[in-house]
Design a protein around this ligand. Structure first.
Ligand code: ZN
Length: 256
C-alpha cells in the first residue's frame, strides 16, 4: 500500500472542486483499495501519550472556526475499525502510552481530504493523535513501528501542510508564495527526494526560512510520519506542488 502525505489547505476544500481536490480524487481512484485508512492529522494534538479512535462509528469533529454553515453540516460516515485500533495500541505501547478514544472522531484534517479521495466513505478509518510534547525524531521512529501496517493493506495518510504560517498569510497572493516559502518548498522537496530524512527531522537547523515556514510543528509532523514509512527501495512522487497565499504550500507526496 502506498503511503501519503497530503497538504490539506483550507477546510473549504471539503466543499470545493479545484485542482487540489481533483488530485485527491485521482489518487484515491487509481490506488489499490485500502482495507483501512489510518490518518495522522495536524489537528489532533495530545501531550505525553497518544490516543487512537477506537469506536465503531467515529463522530465528526468540526475543529475550525469562522466558516460557512455548510461546512459544519458535512458528514463522512466511514466506519471505525476497533480491531485495528487495538493492533496499533499493542504495537505502539512499547514506545509510548496509548489509549483508545471515542470522543474525537474525524477532524477536518481527515474528512476534508477523504471526502474527495474516497467519497463513498465505505473504507474503515481510524485516527492517531500527534504527541505534541515529542521531538520530530520521536515521530519518525514511531512511524517506523507502523510500517508493517502497509503490508496489511492499511493506507497511512499524513495530513498537514509542509509550509504553513497562518500569521503572515496574504490574501493578495492567492496563487503564489513569499520568496522564503517558495525557497523552503523547493528545499524540503529536494531533501525528501534525496532521502535526507535526518535534515528533515532537524528542520530547525535549516535556517530562518525554515523557521518562517514551520513556526509551529503540528502541520509539518504528519510529513515526518510519511517519511518514516518509506522503505529504502521506494520512490517518492510529488503532487499538488504549489505555494499559495504567501505562506502555505499544498505540496503532497505519495510513496510507492
Ligand atoms: Zn490544517
Amino acid at each position: 500500500m502506498p503511503a501519503l502525505f497530503v497538504g490539506h489547505g483550507s477546510p473549504m476544500n471539503a466543499i470545493t472542486a479545484n485542482e487540489w481536490t481533483r488530485a485527491w480524487r485521482d489518487i484515491g481512484s487509481t490506488m489499490p483499495r485500502p482495507k483501512a485508512i489510518l490518518s495522522i492529522s495536524a489537528h489532533w494534538l495530545t501531550q505525553n501519550g497518544l490516543l487512537v479512535t477506537a469506536g465503531k462509528n467515529p463522530k465528526m469533529t468540526y475543529d475550525m472556526g469562522g466558516f460557512p454553515a455548510e461546512l459544519y453540516q458535512q458528514q463522512y460516515p466511514a466506519p471505525g475499525n476497533p480491531a485495528l485500533a487495538e493492533d496499533i495500541e499493542t504495537t505502539v505501547q512499547t514506545k509510548i502510552p496509548i489509549h483508545g478514544d471515542t470522543a474525537w472522531g474525524f477532524d477536518h484534517g481527515t474528512w476534508v481530504v477523504l471526502k474527495h479521495m474516497f467519497p463513498k466513505a465505505d473504507i474503515p478509518v481510524i485516527q492517531l493523535s500527534l504527541d505534541y510534547s515529542q521531538p520530530p525524531s520521536f515521530h519518525y521512529e514511531l512511524a517506523r513501528l507502523l510500517r508493517p501496517l502497509r503490508d496489511k493493506g492499511v493506507l497511512i495518510l499524513g495530513s498537514g501542510n509542509i509550509v504553513h504560517n497562518l500569521r503572515v498569510m496574504n490574501w493578495q497572493m492567492p496563487d503564489t508564495g513569499y520568496d522564503w516559502a517558495i525557497e523552503m518548498n523547493e528545499k524540503f522537496k529536494s531533501l525528501i527526494a534525496s532521502g535526507d530524512h535526518a535534515s528533515l527531522t532537524r528542520y530547525e537547523a535549516l535556517g530562518k526560512a525554515a523557521m518562517l515556514s514551520v513556526p509551529t510543528p503540528e502541520h509539518y509532523l504528519p510529513l515526518i510520519y510519511t517519511l518514516g514509512l518509506k522503505e529504502e527501495n521506494e520512490s517518492v512522487a510529488f503532487f499538488n506542488d504549489k505555494t499559495l497565499m504567501g505562506s502555505v504550500s499544498m505540496t503532497s507526496l505519495k510513496i510507492v
